[in-house]
Design a protein around this ligand. Structure first.
Ligand code: FAD
Length: 493
């Protein structure tokens, strides 16, 4: 008779979005294979921001068995079709980076080449005319279902989301320990993490530890001493003030990102309130002035006092070290501009489940995990830098961003687009061709030339094809209800 191996003891330190997402998928997917404990401190609390997402969240929700309507009701969520970038390349500019595909591509060339040729001939509409998600966002319309095949994500209340996940995890058998972590014990000097010891003396032993303690990074940094690669020279914003206000009108199906002289401001509409924040670089704006600026720009009754958040853009040099995996803020932070942090938590958890078979930890699996985490977060970093670098604004902060030396990986993409209108998606890229294209055009990058294939078309054909795509998009969008009307129906009080 063979012994049944004992379940792996997984300890999750921290109960913010990262901790509860880890708990949700590990309890659901590992079942009897793991004993899972989550430690959190209500007294310390969570960061309380992180309310805008990207469409990959829906696939993750399917994996953990979330019912969309139940989730939306529990978290006050609204739908999101993209981000409206305002004042970015120049004051007065506006473009929407939507989640959809733009136009139709051929094997030889992407849609932007045909669009550029049509524009040169004076027969093209704005790029967004060829993308249903863009047009639906601009018209504040939305629906889900077979008649409305839109790529979408959500805005939600982060505090309520953690509580929603917690309730599900506790039903699935997770053990939650409340209290402050006092210290972390290792297996001898330089060994694996052996246990978390609470301030009240309770000792929680484990085989695998997830560090979800936020910027403090108690396990990966304070205990294991894994350093941080700083990206402040590319992404120098380092503070945000955040506050919530009452809604003053219907919720729009997009996040607003409004540039200012040394950063940007977000506006995230939920069902019951609006999340607001001012992201800035402390070398150019002091905290009191940032707070006053935010207060003078928000609309609606103040629901909480503005809260200051300090951060450092960069990444942990190893996301997984020995028996510890750092998630989200403990593992690195790019910048909230494209709402990617929650996605990076989810994808790291999926990768962990794919690479960790239980039993002994494999060095090869750790190396693979770390390499994939690195390429993925660097690609997100490049995409965010793109927004800052391609600008024509006059303020010193923006001039420096325009003149800074950017990563070679990004410089190559910009050169390729500028010289030939070509865009590509590498295997580790989160953002697809349509995203890079929308942002490059939105930031006023104009290609010198495009693929000549579109010029081979007989006269009138290119115009006819584009007109047919935009008519189809317009017809689809005109049938959609207003976002708020759909929300009211989908999530009745
Ligand atoms: P936290 O929320 O800080 O949680 C840390 C947990 O550890 C808490 O439960 C705390 O109690 C616990 N803890 C810490 N120390 C101890 C201790 N000693 N004992 C016991 N428990 C302890 N992401 C997006 O995807 N979209 C966005 O729009 C977005 N906007 C953002 C805006 C800003 C300004 C910032 C800074 C981040 C934003 N993010 C966004 C990132 C997002 O907030 C995080 O990815 C997400 O909230 C996860 O945070 P966390 O769980 O790692 O940390």
């Amino acid at each position: 008779m063979t012994d049944t191996p004992r379940p792996t003891r997984i300890v999750i330190a921290g109960g913010g979005t990262a901790g509860w997402l880890a708990a949700a998928i590990l309890t659901r997917q590992l079942g009897q294979l793991a004993d899972i404990t989550l430690v959190e401190s209500e007294e310390i609390g969570t960061i309380g921001v992180g309310e805008s997402t990207i469409p990959t969240i829906r696939a993750f929700h399917t994996l953990i068995g979330v019912d969309e309507q139940e989730f939306m009701a529990a978290t006050g969520a609204s739908f999101k079709l993209g981000i409206s970038f305002e004042n970015w390349a120049r004051d007065g500019d506006r473009y929407i980076h939507s989640f959809g595909d733009v136009g139709k591509s051929t094997w030889m060339s992407e849609f932007q080449h045909f669009w550029l040729e049509a524009r040169a001939q004076g027969v093209a509409g704005p790029l967004g005319d060829y993308c249903p998600e863009h047009q639906a966002a601009a018209a504040h319309r939305f629906a889900t279902g077979p008649d409305a095949p839109l790529s979408y994500a959500y805005h939600f209340d982060a505090g309520r989301y953690a509580r929603f996940l917690r309730q599900r995890c506790e039903q699935d058998g997770l053990t939650r320990v409340e209290g402050r972590i006092g210290r972390i014990e290792r297996d001898g000097e330089g060994g694996d993490i052996a246990a978390i010891v609470m301030e009240n003396g309770t000792r929680i032993e484990g085989d695998i530890f997830f560090d979800c303690t936020g910027f403090r990074a108690m396990l990966i940094d304070e205990t294991l001493g894994i350093g941080y690669e700083d990206w402040a020279h590319w992404l120098p914003t380092d503070r945000a003030v955040a506050m919530q206000t009452a809604s003053t009108g219907p919720a729009v199906p997009y996040t607003r990102a409004i540039a200012h002289d040394c950063g940007w401001r977000w506006k995230i509409p939920l069902q019951h309130r609006v999340g607001n924040g001012l992201v800035y670089c402390s070398a150019y704006l002091d905290d009191d002035a940032a707070r006053d600026r935010l207060l003078s720009q928000v609309e609606g009754r103040k629901l909480i006092e503005p809260r200051l958040i300090r951060y450092r853009t960069g990444r942990r040099k190893e996301a997984w070290h020995r028996n510890c995996i750092a998630l989200s803020l403990a593992g690195g932070f790019v910048e909230p501009l494209e709402s990617t942090s929650i996605h990076l938590i989810m994808i790291a958890l999926i990768r962990f489940l794919q690479l960790y078979p239980g039993g002994k930890i494999s060095e090869a699996a750790i190396a693979r995990f770390n390499e994939q985490s690195r390429t993925e977060i660097e690609s997100v970093r490049d995409f965010i830098i793109l927004h800052y670098h391609l600008n024509e604004r006059d303020e010193p902060f923006w001039r420096e961003r325009r003149e800074m030396r950017i990563p070679d990986s990004l410089a190559e993409r910009i050169d390729l687009f500028r010289e030939s209108a070509n865009v590509y998606q590498a295997s580790h890229d989160l953002f697809r061709v349509a995203s890079w294209t929308q942002v490059m055009f939105g930031q006023r990058l104009e290609p010198v030339q495009h693929h000549p294939v579109a010029r081979l078309m007989p006269p009138g054909e290119l115009q006819q094809i584009l007109a047919s795509i935009s008519a189809q998009v317009a017809a689809t969008v005109s049938k959609l209800p207003h976002h708020q009307t759909f929300l009211d129906r989908y999530c009745p009080e």
